[in-house]
Write a protein that binds this ligand. Structure first.
Ligand code: XMP
Length: 326
């Protein structure tokens, strides 16, 4: 059984030197636990699974098999970054599954938010299960569980975790960062050489853009959302907001308004900007984005993204609005 209680005297990992010491200790512990057996990891590209992957590659190299499932609801460039960093950069044993069509076909016509979440979570387990069953000789399952997950596992946020363990999968768990807080995971990730764009990224929900392409998802509206979101992120990056604002994204509702483009009537969807600050995601306040930047983002999104003809700003704190729209 893994120890799931953080010792009272465990120092907070805040410096590269402390991170190095932690990494060394965990590399030894993982080697001891795993021996010459194989370990499977679902690598989403989020901070926690990425740091676990990098740590395990350091400890056991090709004995780690990473599976990255692209559910078609990733942000622009995310799956590509996973491949670049892990397969090309760290020579990982990485299986890439593009399951976009499976997810989008199942989601077609489904407008109810919780139903969408269930479909995405359920299909994720299926795809992962299918990939796992093609492999032989896997004895361990690695997970990016962090300390807040353990503390909150019977709390309000448990429903947020997409997936979980496929039924009938009997693996022993490898959870090297389970006693760490998020800020410590980031320090460890940097010490492992992961890029800042991966380690410092904002939280991203498991169901991905699926809960931001509001109502029944269509491929064209999803594509518009992905492009608009990429522009928002790029502008926040360039203007020093990326490291300052806790979470920022675009939501695109399933409605059109009338506009005009090149002298012709142009019906399009609105892109809604949401940028919030919080410490625990239970409450959130609104970031005051400079108007000049809002104008620039509006100009870019309306000119560069097919299908978007208006940009709106969501000024609603949590409560009363949740951070996501659905
Ligand atoms: P809400 O919308 O509940 O979001 O105010 C609070 C935080 O949780 C994230 N979130 C999710 N994360 N699966 C996840 O892994 C989900 O289904 C999900 N829904 C919301 C949200 O992005 C925010 O950071």
């Amino acid at each position: 059984m893994l120890n799931n209680k953080r010792p009272d005297d465990m120092a907070r990992i805040t410096t590269p030197a402390l991170a190095e010491a932690f990494i060394e200790e965990q590399v030894a512990a993982v080697r001891e636990q795993v021996g010459d057996k194989k370990v499977l990891l679902a690598l989403s590209g989020g901070v926690d699974s990425s740091v676990v992957a990098a740590l395990l590659i350091k400890a056991i190299g090709k004995q780690l098999v990473c599976v990255h499932v692209n559910h078609g609801l990733m942000r622009k460039g995310e799956s590509e970054q996973v491949i670049e960093v892990f397969r090309e950069g760290l020579d990982a044993n990485l299986i890439y599954v593009d399951a976009t069509d499976r997810f989008l076909n199942l989601l077609a016509g489904v407008a109810e938010p919780e139903k969408k979440r269930k479909i995405i979570g359920g299909e994720f387990i299926k795809v992962f299960d299918e990939e796992a069953s093609k492999l032989s000789g896997i004895s361990f399952l690695a997970q990016g569980t962090i300390y807040p997950d353990i503390l909150e596992s019977d709390g309000v946020k448990s429903h947020h975790n997409v997936g979980g363990l496929p039924e009938g999968m009997q693996f022993e768990l490898v959870e090297p960062v389970r006693l760490l807080y998020k800020d410590e995971v980031r320090v460890v990730g940097k010490a492992l050489g992961l890029p800042a764009s991966m380690v410092d990224r904002q939280p991203f929900p498991g169901p991905g853009l699926g809960v931001r392409c509001l109502g029944a998802i269509t491929r064209d509206r999803l594509a518009a959302l992905r492009e608009a979101d990429a522009i928002l992120r790029e502008e926040f990056d360039k203007n020093g907001l990326a490291g300052k604002v806790w979470q920022y994204f675009i939501a695109v509702p399933d409605m059109k308004s009338v506009g005009v483009k090149d002298g012709k009537r142009y019906e399009g969807w609105p892109a809604i900007i949401r940028a919030v600050n919080t410490t625990d995601a239970m409450t959130a306040t609104i970031e005051e984005i400079p108007y000049s930047l809002l104008h620039r983002i509006t100009d870019r999104i309306t000119h560069e993204v097919d299908g978007i003809n208006r940009v709106l700003l969501d000024l609603t704190p949590k409560p009363i609005g949740t951070i996501e729209w659905e």
